[in-house]
Design a protein around this ligand. Structure first.
Ligand code: PRP
Length: 237
């Protein structure tokens, strides 16, 4: 993909580029389009997993969504663009620099379309990729829950009888509909964040602040907050 740049004077001198991990998948295109609208230009070949912008300021690293916090916490990428769903599961302590306007989804409880939740008795059984979220959400409400971990195609669980419920992301609702499922409850809003490894921020704070000014435009800058076990909860968006 290529995009236009208006920042010909933003040369990086001799410093290596800032590094930013992006999740491969449905967010990739939205992040690239956003960076393009902020003035970055990238030439990405089809199978390439890394690319540096034409001013040499920012290197993007495309990683699997759930691996993104690993790369940022190890400082392989200093920055990352990631949903609060993945951040919560990882429990990593990052500085949260910005909330993007794009990519918002819902974490939902869903079951077969003809299932009557009022007939449920005893422990709730849910299948999900988001086991930490599911445990914490239902425990916080005092609801006994058995959580079955799956790594994908979670919608199959109620269809095949593995679990009556799933906890999963819903964006358009088309995956649920195609599998004859319905949402019974919205559990949380999931937002897309720009996060930074705290040590990386300390070393590169001026350049990160410059980058933030550019990628947060035209939206107002967020206060820097910290993700992690106690300070970040996706149930609060
Ligand atoms: C997510 C989620 C659902 C689907 C919902 O999966 O797990 O399967 O998107 O989207 P919809 O409401 O627009 O149909 P994703 O496509 O991110 O793939 P994954 O299973 O690899 O996480």
């Amino acid at each position: 993909m290529s995009s236009s740049s208006s920042n010909s004077n933003s040369s990086n001198g001799n410093s290596p580029p800032l590094t930013m991990a992006l999740p491969k998948g449905r967010l990739t295109e939205q992040v690239l389009e956003h960076l393009q609208s902020c003035g970055f230009r990238f030439s990405i070949s089809r199978r390439s997993l890394t690319v540096t912008d034409d001013t040499g300021r920012l290197k993007l690293i495309l990683v699997k969504n759930s691996d993104l916090p690993v790369y940022v916490s190890h400082g392989i990428a200093g920055l990352g663009v990631c949903g609060t769903d993945v951040l919560y599961e990882a429990g990593s302590e990052f500085f949260e620099l910005h909330t993007f306007e794009f990519g918002t989804t819902r974490m939902c409880l869903a079951c077969l379309a003809d299932h009557d939740p009022s007939s449920d008795r005893g422990e709730l059984t849910v299948a999900t990729k988001f086991t930490r979220f599911a445990h914490d959400f239902f425990h916080a409400r005092g609801i006994p829950v058995q959580v079955i971990r799956l790594n994908g195609s979670v919608e199959l669980a109620p269809v095949l009888g593995l679990a009556p419920y799933i906890v999963d992301l819903v964006e358009t609702g088309s995956t649920l509909k195609a599998n004859n499922l319905k949402v019974t409850e919205d559990l949380a809003e999931i937002r897309v964040k720009l996060v930074c490894n705290p040590a990386y921020y300390k070393v590169h704070h001026r350049r990160v602040a410059d980058l933030l000014r550019q990628v947060a435009a035209p939206y107002p800058h967020d206060q820097i907050t910290q993700t992690g076990d106690t300070t970040h909860d996706p149930r609060n968006g």
